[in-house]
Design a protein around this ligand. Structure first.
Ligand SMILES: N[C@@H](CCC[C@H](N)C(=O)O)C(=O)O
Length: 272
């Protein structure tokens, strides 16, 4: 079985081409492939399958050829992955499976259209800011804003000195009444250093549901940008989001959100 490996700002993915949906993927087989010692190693897995061949995507078959079947490293399934979409688009265009530069794919959260160039920009749709809630790490509480970015997020502003010191080796505890299916938790600090072309500049760390601390999370950057702009009293603007793996840029208008950043394929191979 052929595979590829790619990443977007070091949020990394195993890519499995399975146009006809023939692979019997299970939580166990995905977790084994994503295992960094016994498998290929990744934060998640992207199955490249035709919409017409996957039960979660047949309704999109008239509008998109390909479905991003996204799995977290622990074998759980997620609705959305902002870095995964960009890597998925890079894979499609690099392998001649889609004509660029503009490609629409299906996800469990709906159709998404991206533009493939040196970087890849995806129309993510406007996130929904929900109520305030919080996370707990050890004895410390972190108030934040719940955000639906296609998948669930909690955005917690923290001072710069605290951001680097946070222990994200274990999952922050959440209110199960707010997040019955868990959530990705972003901790964010607004930075003073301006970035050309951006209205706001922030630094983010993330604990991803189903993967642990990762070096980047595209949907997390979307959630962070929406919260950052709202707290600045703005309904539009561009936010530069620095993550441990690089920089993402989120541009918000009242009815859209575009996520942009690098996405690369680093290897191809054969599974034994
Ligand atoms: N890394 C992704 C998000 C992947 C899914 C997430 N862990 C979840 O369970 O919702 C991104 O770049 O958005």
């Amino acid at each position: 079985m052929e595979f590829a490996k790619g990443h977007g700002t070091r949020n990394d993915f195993v890519i499995l081409p399975d146009p006809d949906g023939a692979l019997p993927l299970t939580a166990g087989s995905v977790a084994a492939l994503c295992d960094r010692r016994g498998g290929i190693g990744a934060d998640g897995l992207l199955r490249v399958v035709r919409c017409a061949k996957h039960p979660d995507a047949t309704r999109y078959a008239a509008d998109a050829e390909w479905f991003m079947d996204y799995w977290n490293a622990d074998g759980s399934i997620a609705e959305m992955c902002g870095n995964g979409i960009r890597v998925f688009l890079r894979y499609l265009v690099t392998n001649g499976l889609a004509d660029g530069p503009t490609v629409t794919i299906a996800t469990r959260s709906g159709l998404r259209t991206g533009t493939v160039g040196e970087t890849i920009a995806v129309q993510m749709g406007p996130p929904t800011l929900l109520g305030t809630t919080g996370a707990t790490i050890g004895e410390a509480g972190y108030p934040g804003v719940a955000v639906d970015a296609g998948n669930p997020h909690l955005v917690c502003p923290v001072p710069a000195a605290e951001l680097a010191a946070l222990d994200l080796t274990r999952a922050p505890r959440l209110d199960p009444a707010v997040f019955p299916a868990g959530a990705n938790v972003e901790f964010v600090t607004v930075l003073d250093e301006p970035v050309a072309g951006a209205d706001r500049h922030v630094r983010m760390r993330v604990y991803e549901r189903g993967a642990g601390e990762t070096e980047s999370c595209g949907s997390g950057a979307v959630a962070v940008a929406a919260v950052t702009l709202r707290e600045a009293g703005r309904d539009a603007g561009t936010v530069a989001v620095d993550v441990p793996g690089g920089r993402l840029t989120a541009t918000v208008t009242p009815d859209s959100l575009t996520l942009a950043g690098p996405a690369v394929i680093v290897a191809t191979g054969t599974l034994r």
